[in-house]
Write a protein that binds this ligand. Structure first.
Ligand code: PEP
Ligand code: MG
Length: 576
């Protein structure tokens, strides 16, 4: 039995067999061969090259049809690698000299090529490393006679074990047999962790060495609430976790008993408890958990795991469905937020040194009005089917907000010209997730109908801590006094200007911080649907007056740890 401690990313307990994703895909064993085997090994190599060439040409054709010639041209570089005489000859001559299996020889030659390219000063040539790596992996896969391994292969409810998972890989778990997942790297509010919550899959990230400790098929316990992972548990541990699973059900029932009641304090302050979603098909879960609306609909997941971009009609149909299903409750659609840790192959965003500080979210949309306005038109058209609002991510100052609003006006004009109906008075909000926006909230409030504080980013930018990096995760503190002061500034500025302020970062769904946020005057909390009942339970158990006094005391503390401890103590009493 091995016990590991990582970062608790998505709550709940799961027990299941391990399914290692990616890691063993290219494990190449070194096997001696005889002189007589050499012709066959060369033949295998040639066949793999031909198969790879066919695959790439096929891919190139599809991309050219879907996205155009220019995009398809990137594969020319891949084809050139396949024809590289030096590489091919080196493989064949080493094969003859060393008399080892061709897959092993090829993987060694590939490694050498990559390390040589990485050392080259020329940036262009350095970037070719990715091409070589990509084609090299294809050749290896074909040499090993393996098809790309994917989640589709999972037959029973398994625990996914991976070095890392991209948000798009996590999205692919949506309909698969996944009981939980654990990864070597990652942070609490990485989009992979957020996806796990929305899929209701317990997850622990940042375990550093889990992939090297687990063998495929090992039984694993994943406690996504405490961040503990147990590999190959003994009988006593297994039965204690099975009991924990049972008692967890009891707790859930207590919270579920209030899920359809108002989120109102004992002295009558009404707040809104809303849900965050990534997919329209989460709406039933949103309703089931007693949400009063959708406070954040992250639309970028719509663009993932597909080769083309969604059309205006596809956007429209998705938003219309959500608006109608939730009507009369509000639905806040967040416009496309890519970049950072979310990439879309369609748009070919260049590799950046600091993607979270780079061409992301509204910055990308303002530079690509074609993509932005297509989405805005769809949101506007869907706005007649329910209570839709829209908000922009990552606004850093009022100029960006004005530019975005100008494009919104253009999108409206385009619809008017076509005689299409929309709600001209649609409410437009600003996500406050950059410290400069928080500090100028009073200025932004004059141009916005509402605010929504995106603490996942606000924390990473204000504390200078990469939200997806397990090495610095200990510094990622929602309860840090600097974060709380920024939040207070934003809430006060919004109320001064007479607009409402919500929060849609993960912090809004943290039961131990709920009282502080309530006391600071937050109007709306938006969170993964499953935590809604617990948050409602807490809000209904306290008075606004008490929470204000509590927030006043909290604001006098000097560290995040002090705040966290004091807040946990207080909430534990309520939940007892
Ligand atoms: C946030 O930053 O808090 C937020 C809600 O947006 P995202 O997590 O999608 O970056
Ligand atoms: Mg954000």
């Amino acid at each position: 039995m091995i016990q590991l401690k990582g970062i608790a990313a998505a709550g709940g307990i799961s027990i299941g067999p391990a399914y290692k994703l990616g890691a063993e895909e290219f494990t190449v064993f070194k096997e001696p061969i005889t002189w007589e085997d050499i012709p066959l090994q060369i033949q295998l190599f040639e066949e793999a090259l031909i198969k790879t060439r066919r695959e790439i040409i096929e891919l190139q054709k599809r991309i050219s049809l879907d996205m155009g010639q220019e995009e398809a041209q990137i594969f020319d570089a891949h084809l050139l690698v396949l024809e590289d005489r030096m590489l091919i000859e080196e493989v064949i001559s080493r094969l003859k000299k060393e008399q080892l299996n061709v897959a092993y020889i090829f993987s060694e030659v590939l490694k050498k090529y990559i390390s040589v390219f990485l050392k080259i000063e020329d940036e262009y040539l350095k970037e070719r490393t990715a091409d070589i790596n990509d084609v090299g992996k294809r050749i290896l896969r074909n040499l090993l006679g393996k098809e790309k391994k994917g989640l589709g292969e999972i037959k029973e409810k398994a625990v996914i074990v991976a070095h890392d998972l991209s948000p798009s890989e996590t999205v692919a778990m949506h309909t698969k047999n996944v009981a939980a997942f654990v990864t070597d790297i990652g942070g609490k509010t990485s989009h992979t962790a957020i996806m796990a919550k929305s899929l209701e899959i317990p997850a622990v990230v940042g375990l550093e060495t889990v992939t090297s400790k687990v063998n495929p098929g090992d039984l694993i316990i994943v406690d996504g609430t405490s961040g503990v992972v147990i590999i190959d548990p003994d009988e006593a541990t297994l039965s204690s976790y099975r009991q924990k699973l049972e008692s967890l059900k009891g707790f859930t029932e207590k919270f579920l008993s209030v899920k359809d009641l108002d989120s109102v304090t004992t002295d009558g302050r009404q707040v809104l408890i809303n849900a965050n979603i990534e997919f329209p098909d989460e709406v039933p879960s949103v309703k089931l958990h007693g949400s009063q609306g959708i406070g954040l609909y992250r639309t970028e997941f719509f663009y993932m795991n597909r080769r083309d971009s969604p059309t205006e009609e596809e956007h429209y149909q998705a938003y219309k469905y959500v608006a109608e299903e939730m009507n009369p409750h509000p639905v806040i659609i967040r416009t496309l937020d890519i970049g950072g840790d979310k990439f879309l192959s369609q748009f070919r965003i260049p590799h950046e040194m600091q993607p979270f500080l780079g061409w992301r979210a509204i910055r990308f949309c303002l530079a690509r009005p074609d993509i932005f306005k297509l989405q805005l038109r769809a949101i506007l058209r869907a706005s007649v089917h329910g209570n839709l609002k829209l908000m922009y991510p990552m606004i850093s100052g009022v100029e960006e907000l004005k530019q975005a609003n100008a494009l919104l006006e253009e999108a409206k004009e385009e619809l008017r010209k076509k005689g299409q109906v929309f709600n001209d008075k649609i409410k437009v909000g600003v996500m406050i997730e950059v410290p400069s926006a928080a500090m100028t909230a009073d200025i932004l409030a004059k141009e916005a109908n509402f605010f929504s504080i995106g603490t996942n980013d606000l924390i990473q930018y204000s504390l200078a801590v990469d939200r997806a990096n397990e090495k610095v995760a200990y510094l990622y503190e929602p309860a840090h006094p600097a974060v709380l002061r920024l939040i207070r500034t934003v809430i006060d500025a919004a109320h001064q200007a007479g607009i409402k302020v919500g929060m849609c970062g993960e912090m809004a769904g943290d039961p131990s911080l709920a009282l502080i946020l309530l006391g600071l005057g937050l109007d709306e909390f938006s969170m993964p649907p499953q935590v809604i009942p617990e948050l409602k339970y807490i809000i209904r158990a306290v008075s606004y007056k008490d929470s204000q006094n509590f927030a006043d005391e909290i604001m006098k503390l000097s560290t995040g740890t002090e705040v966290e401890e004091y807040a946990q103590e207080k909430v534990a009493k309520i939940l007892k």
